[in-house]
Write a protein that binds this ligand. Structure first.
Ligand SMILES: NC(=O)c1ccc[n+]([C@@H]2O[C@H](COP(=O)([O-])OP(=O)(O)OC[C@H]3O[C@@H](n4cnc5c(N)ncnc54)[C@H](O)[C@@H]3O)[C@@H](O)[C@H]2O)c1
Length: 486
């Protein structure tokens, strides 16, 4: 590969790499072998200070550019990312363990899509003219929020860095991005590319660290907005900390989403959707449809075809493009997932396939399917974030809908049926932000992405994201005399 896994330095601040070895050591482990492939340092207060001060300085200049000028920088960054797709994809695979057969088509690509889309929108962000009685009128100005902090999860480090960075910068903000401490490498490359594309130094800084560094950024009074992708417990903490400073937030959190498959569904497509919604990225996807409700008439046929198609998973070295299923991101995540599998067995769910770690280096777990899962089982209630599908039976639409909604979370939901009226009726009834009909886990930049209930606040992607990275100033203009009471 052309990128070293050991970056020049841990952080990218004010247009250049920055190191401070006083910060706690972060070892980057390649999930497919367990080997340490880089050593970085968490940001010290001095690094955080530089990131904040340079971010604010850059933002003051950046906001003065026209939207078209800002958009040009983002679109140039998108082009560079596409040119370097292979190198970025290899790095993403080292960072996360996801197979190259995924990363080559999804991660840097999705990051470039976000930069291109928001780069295209930047020139068209305007306020409104509002006609009022007596010849008076008003107008609104869409203004940036200021300095935004993005905090990422470890499953999609390149994508998350741009899903947050692109709309933030398009609206005239600066961003400090803190990747997950598990996957710190990719965002540094994005920061480098921003500079190459013409962004001013300091506009897009990357600092490393775990929760303590995230918390220091979130609580700094000079930060105006926080966008987190992470788990619900972290979301609660970050939202509360942001509330202290009355900061804007976007929360992209976890899920335990339902996928409802009716008897009349196209069986192969339903099985395909369930595979995409449970085993892509080894199941480490927030929107996964991990509670698969299958109508009784199709259940055995579904399980049979699923078992056959899972045998087609090519498990192995993520750098081999023929491989379609990689390891968990970390030894810790593997232990968490194995713990859930044990619980499933103990609670009496029927193990259809998988159920164990693989005897090889790295953090691999076999794709696992439980059938006969009931609503009260832990594996049907808690987010596992691994390759574990729970298949639940149902008889009728009326029965399945309240069961599907019986969760504190609401990120996604999907339905497979050939009955179009039913498809729309079911989606209307499901409490979820990002939904799918006869498909699963598509996330085009043109559509809003985000959750309801405990799964989050705000939306990423689409025009909706603009509202979360800007605010309106409204101006009343009186054309006549002012009538005061005295
Ligand atoms: N909705 C989405 O878009 C989406 C996408 C991917 C992952 N996720 C969710 O993310 C979770 C998995 O990722 P994870 O294990 O990295 O999540 P996590 O919540 O452990 O960590 C997320 C990020 O928050 C940081 N953090 C932790 N404590 C913090 C604090 N007190 N203040 C500030 N920052 C803090 C971490 O360092 C990390 O960068 C899953 O629940 C998954 O569903 C959601």
């Amino acid at each position: 590969m052309s990128y070293d896994t050991q970056p020049q330095a841990s952080h990218f601040v004010d247009g250049q790499y920055l190191e401070d070895t006083a910060g706690e050591v972060i070892e980057v482990v390649y999930p497919a072998t367990g080997a340490v492939i880089a050593r970085l340092h968490a940001a010290t207060p001095a690094v955080i200070e530089q990131a904040i001060s340079s971010g604010r300085r850059a933002q003051a200049e950046w906001r003065k550019l026209s939207g078209t000028e800002r958009g040009r920088v983002l679109r140039r960054a998108a082009d560079i990312i596409r040119e370097r797709n292979r190198d970025l994809s290899v790095l993403e695979s080292y960072d996360t363990g996801k197979p190259l057969s995924e990363t080559l088509y999804v991660d840097a690509t999705s990051a470039a899509d976000a930069l291109e889309y928001f780069g295209g929108l930047a020139g068209s962000l305007t306020g409104e003219h509002v006609q009022l009685p007596d010849g008076n009128w008003g107008y609104t100005v869409r203004e940036p929020l200021g300095l935004c902090v993005g905090i990422g999860a470890w499953n999609y480090p390149t994508q998350i860095s741009c899903w947050k960075g692109a709309p933030a910068l398009a609206c005239g903000n600066a961003m400090i991005f803190k990747p997950s401490e598990e996957t710190p490498l990719c965002a540094l490359k994005v920061a480098e590319i921003m500079i190459e594309a013409g962004a001013p130094a300091g506009l897009y800084n990357v600092v490393q660290g775990a929760g303590a560094v995230g918390a220091a950024l979130v609580t700094d009074p000079r930060v105006d907005k926080v966008s987190l992708t992470g788990s619900v417990p972290t979301g609660r903490k970050v939202y509360a900390a942001a509330a202290e400073g009355m900061k804007h937030v976007t929360m992209e959190l976890g899920g335990k989403s339902p996928l409802v498959i009716f008897d009349d569904a196209d069986l192969e497509n339903a099985v395909g959707g369930a595979i995409l919604g449970n085993f892509y990225s080894s199941g480490q996807v927030c929107s996964n449809g991990t509670r698969v409700f299958v109508q009784k008439g199709i259940k055995e046929a579904f399980l049979e075809r699923l078992a056959v198609r899972l045998q087609g998973a090519v498990i192995g070295d993520p750098m081999d493009e023929a491989v379609t299923f990689g390891p968990m991101v970390s030894a810790r995540q593997r232990e968490i997932v194995l713990g859930y599998i044990e619980k499933g067995v103990a609670e009496g769910a029927r193990l259809v396939c998988g159920g164990a770690a693989l005897e090889r280096d790295g953090f691999y777990i076999a794709p696992t399917v439980f059938a006969d899962v009931t609503d009260d089982m832990v594996i049907a209630r808690e987010e596992i974030f691994g390759p574990v599908m729970a298949v639940l039976d149902f008889e009728s639409e009326d029965e399945v809908l309240p069961r599907a909604n019986d969760t504190t979370m609401g990120l996604s939901a999907g339905v497979f049926t050939r009955d179009l009226a039913r498809a729309h009726r079911v989606i209307e009834a499901l409490d979820a932000g990002s939904c799918f009909i006869n498909s699963y886990n598509d996330a085009p930049v043109e559509l809003p992405f985000g959750g309801v209930k405990m799964s989050g606040v705000g939306r990423e992607n689409s025009k909706a994201a603009i509202g979360h990275y800007s605010q309106l100033k409204s101006v009343f203009v009186r054309m006549g005399d002012v009538e005061a009471p005295f």
